[in-house]
Design a protein around this ligand. Structure first.
Ligand code: T5A
Length: 211
């Protein structure tokens, strides 16, 4: 069975990961590759319903465990309905957030612990890990300034600076833990420079016979 390449984009809100995902998708499509792009939570009808609940600013009573399990539930659906079938036919899958968001946000910033989040998600994803994780890193004040320009903040965006700093520290700790899978990319530059670095970093993975 052929196996495509699975790449996730990670970073705090406003880091520019969705922008980079779209730029990379367009670049890969121009190269004639089949690209499937998805975002978390969401990208399936069930996942979108779970997304509505997770990001609803009025759902203030939601506890950390419920939050972790709802993200994992949306992921379980996405893996089985979209990601696995796409990889099985040899497509490239670009995912805007995946497991490492849960590790950074719920594991680190909500203090549930990385091991617990990894355990729960091993079941949800059936052990499917991205081949490469692109961590777009930007200082929190820069990212918040970018995010502020948009209308309305969702439930998680409304958290204070301390929370977002904890998320960023979590991501950087995960990079230190697994530097060959989690590529650290400086996102505090113009969009094209960031894209060029991403393409350079993916060079080996893109030229492997499986990609
Ligand atoms: N979450 C998610 C968890 O807690 N656990 C989980 O397991 C998962 C999967 C999802 C929320 O859920 C949380 C994390 C999130 O809080 P979302 O609505 O999907 O929320 O939002 P985000 O993924 O956070 O996406 P954002 O749009 O907020 O941030 P991005 O994707 O990092 O930023 P982007 O690309 O949209 O850019 C933001 C702005 O900056 C500009 C863009 O034009 C845009 O205006 N920009 C730049 N400006 C200057 N220089 C650059 N290099 C720029 N790049 C982009």
């Amino acid at each position: 069975m052929s196996h495509g390449l699975f790449i996730s984009f990670e970073g705090i809100e406003g880091s520019g990961k969705s922008t980079q995902l779209n730029l990379l998708r367009d670049w890969l499509t121009e190269q004639g590759r089949e690209v499937v792009s998805v975002r978390e939570p969401g990208s399936t009808p069930i996942g979108n319903r779970i997304r509505g609940l997770l990001l609803d600013p009025s759902a203030t009573e939601m506890c950390e465990h419920t939050e972790m399990l709802l993200f994992a539930a949306a992921r379980a659906q996405l893996v089985r309905q979209v990601i696995r079938p796409a990889l099985a036919r040899g497509a490239m899958v670009l995912c805007d957030r995946y497991l490492h968001s849960s590790i950074a946000y719920q594991g680190w910033a909500r203090s549930l612990g990385r091991e617990r989040v990894i355990r729960v998600n091993a079941e949800a994803t059936d052990g499917l890990l991205p081949d490469q994780v692109l961590l777009i890193d930007v200082p929190v004040p820069v990212a918040m300034e970018r995010a502020r320009k948009r209308a309305g903040l969702d439930r998680i965006e409304q958290e204070d600076l301390t929370f977002h700093e904890a998320v960023r520290r979590g991501y950087l700790a995960e990079h230190a833990w697994d530097p060959s899978r989690i590529q650290l990319i400086d996102g505090d530059r113009d969009q094209n420079s960031v894209l060029l670095e991403i393409i350079e970093r993916l060079d080996n993975a893109l030229s492997s016979p499986e990609a």
